[in-house]
Design a protein around this ligand. Structure first.
Ligand SMILES: Cc1cc2nc3c(=O)[nH]c(=O)nc-3n(C[C@H](O)[C@H](O)[C@H](O)COP(=O)(O)OP(=O)(O)OC[C@H]3O[C@@H](n4cnc5c(N)ncnc54)[C@H](O)[C@@H]3O)c2cc1C
Length: 604
């Protein structure tokens, strides 16, 4: 196992200096907290992760969750995560004080969860989903449901899940068939099955509170007829006792990664006795779910950023210790007796490490930025600010879900390559990170679906208003960067790329105007790669500008080498990654159509 899985200095640099947590802490809602208390909280999460999460990472992969004798068996550390995590406020953190929460900013929740995910990504999902399900209840359910369920979920006594997917309804939720039949007693009879339900059953929670999407009898077809229900595994009675609610676990999916995080198949109402309680109004289920999904999507991006970060540190440690070959500089080539170099001194290995560093640190910056937009949206006091942060958050959410996930796979693949043959061997941890990260581009909306959302909806909202707002944010960074000779060329490059985004969107939107929607979004995934690479170039310029300002001011919070390494990595990103957007723009604006289905046989 590697020694280090996260770099707390980079996390604190991004949180406090680049994204200015104190701006969020000034809001009335967070007035009970300050930078010192937040720092203490983060350090305690790191201690918890060092002791309770990281040591079990490999073991949980080797002893995967599985289904035996009608039960889902998971690693005992799941119990520690639920109980201790609950006590530490890792579930309740962002909730209001009156609901039993700590009223932490979302930025802090993201930072704390990032540490846990990097330590062992098998575990924080159990508490994270419980938090998401409780949020739905607190925001949209009636007082009685809130009273019955939420407080026990926030302490980790009861677990929560999100039940959307069915065998025939994955990306397309309009095809959900789970039914809800009203009764005279105020509840509904639920019948149907849900697959791939994360954290759906185990022995370390006294009850499971499933948030289930279902269709009330006679509801309109499509997404407009979907409602949301609380369906507990066990029904709580007024005296506190629990009785079975006809929710049966049919199995646990065996997976290539995240093997310690169970993924269940649940059957509701096989015995015609499964009761569900409506959350909010009928037919509004998808709307409620999607309000939460934005948070969940930031969570997936954060998880991917964290897994790729841990993998980067493991490959960096290896590269610093592994001798192999000799450098191709004059000393290495001419002196036959020269000893072996460490592989970290070979240019190609440094390229792979810098690629990883540039992806993982920018991914972390991206998820913290999204959380900041969310905090500023929820504490905004003027209509102008509300609108601004709503648009910015909506636009970057699909990018936040996708860039760390897709590029996390690339980063870890490079990390594994750094280890050469040992990267492929079970004894070394890189292969586990490589298997674990592969789910991130799939769940919570695949890359294809997120890309259609970005191009088809978000970039087009109110004639590109969100794009204009984001371009304004980028311009501010460019102006700050232009004050430093060293950063000027990069600011100029970013300016050119902002214009290229407008050009590509102008080209593609013509198809939308002509009603050729399929053509319009046919290369949405390419657009996602193009747009997110440019967005990340902005975040790197922002990091480099902050680092430069600190160097000039003689700030000693972090070392000179630390700040200089940020500027160096920014330059690497512009040279090796940003250039790729030129080719992507060319492909996006190419008239030739090769992927849209026609009568022509292609796959012969
Ligand atoms: C480990 C794991 C955990 C999960 N946890 C949960 C959970 O807790 N709760 C829950 O409800 N679900 C969960 N899921 C389900 C997950 O969200 C779905 O797998 C995902 O939404 C994709 O659905 P699908 O598997 O049916 O694939 P499909 O929808 O069949 O997609 C297959 C491929 O087709 C593409 N595609 C589909 N439709 C379109 C389209 N219209 N345009 C272009 N391309 C398209 C997709 O991008 C994908 O590449 C989990 C899945 C896994 C594997």
């Amino acid at each position: 196992m590697a020694k280090q899985y996260v770099d707390m200095d980079t996390l604190k640099f991004l949180l406090n200096q680049v994204h200015n947590l104190s701006e969020v802490l000034e809001k009335e809602r967070y007035s009970d907290h300050d930078l010192d208390s937040m720092d203490l909280f983060l350090n305690s999460v790191k201690d918890f992760s060092d002791q309770e999460l990281f040591p079990y990472f490999k073991e949980m992969d080797e002893q995967p969750a599985h289904f035996k004798d009608g039960k889902v068996i998971v690693h005992p550390q799941v119990g520690v995560m639920m109980k201790k995590g609950g006590e530490m406020g890792l579930i309740s953190g962002v909730f209001n004080f009156e609901d039993g929460g700590l009223q932490l900013p979302g930025m802090m929740h993201t930072a704390a969860s990032f540490i846990q995910d990097a330590a062992n990504n098998n575990l924080p999902g159990y508490t994270g989903l419980t938090m998401g399900a409780a949020e739905l209840i607190v925001h949209f359910a009636n007082e009685e449901l809130k009273k019955t369920y939420a407080s026990r979920m926030l302490t980790g006594e009861w677990a929560g899940t999100m039940c959307l997917t069915e065998p025939q309804a994955g990306s397309s939720l309009s095809d959900i068939t789970t039914s809800a039949t009203p009764t005279d007693d105020g509840h509904y009879h639920i019948k149907g099955q849900k697959i791939f339900i994360s954290g759906g059953d185990h022995e370390y929670a006294d009850n499971f509170v499933h948030l289930v999407l279902a269709r009330i009898d006679g509801a309109p077809t499509g997404t407009k007829g979907i409602s949301l229900f609380v369906v507990p595994k066990k029904r709580p009675a007024a005296d506190g006792s629990l009785s079975p609610n006809d929710v049966i676990t049919a199995g646990d999916f065996q997976k290539m990664g995240q093997r310690g995080y169970c993924t269940t198949h649940l059957m509701f109402g096989e015995g015609e006795d499964c009761r569900g309680w409506l959350v909010g109004k009928p037919h509004q289920g998808l709307r409620y779910m999607f309000l939460m999904m934005n948070g969940a999507r930031i969570g997936v991006g954060r998880g991917a950023a964290a897994v790729a970060t841990a993998a980067y540190h493991a490959s960096l440690e290896y590269a610093q210790e592994r001798p192999q070959g000799r450098r191709l500089n004059n000393a290495g080539r001419k002196d036959a007796n020269a000893g072996q170099s460490l592989i970290i001194d070979h240019a190609d290995v440094r390229r792979m490490l810098l690629l990883q560093k540039s992806i993982v640190e920018a991914s972390l910056s991206l998820v913290l930025l999204a959380s900041k937009y969310s905090d500023l949206l929820h504490t905004a006091t003027t209509e102008e600010d509300k609108e601004k942060y709503k648009f910015l958050l909506e636009l970057i959410t699909p990018v936040v879900k996708t860039y760390p996930s897709d590029m996390g796979v690339v980063a870890i693949s490079n990390g594994l390559q750094v280890l050469g043959g040992y990267g492929f061997c079970s004894e070394y941890i890189l292969q586990q990170y490589y298997r674990d990260i592969r789910i991130f581009p799939i769940y919570e909306g695949t890359t294809g679906i997120q890309s259609q959302d970005l191009l088809g909806r978000k970039a087009m909202m109110e004639n590109g208003k969100a794009i204009k707002l984001l371009a304004g944010e980028m311009m501010e960074t460019m102006q700050a960067a232009m004050t430093f000779e060293e950063l000027k060329p990069y600011a100029v490059k970013l300016g050119g790329k902002i214009q290229e985004v407008q050009k590509v969107l102008g080209f593609l939107s013509e198809f939308a105007k002509k009603g050729e929607y399929e053509r319009f979004v046919s290369d949405a995934s390419l657009f996602m790669e193009f747009f997110s690479t440019i967005t990340v170039a902005w975040l790197w310029l922002d990091m480099a500008t902050n680092a430069k300002q600190k160097l000039v001011a003689g700030d000693k919070t972090f070392s000179t080498e630390f700040y200089e390494s940020k500027i160096h990595t920014m330059k690497f990103y512009y040279k090796y990654e940003l250039v790729k957007t030129t080719g992507l723009a060319e492909a996006l604006m190419d008239d030739e159509v090769l992927t849209i289905a026609t009568d022509k046989k292609v796959f012969v």
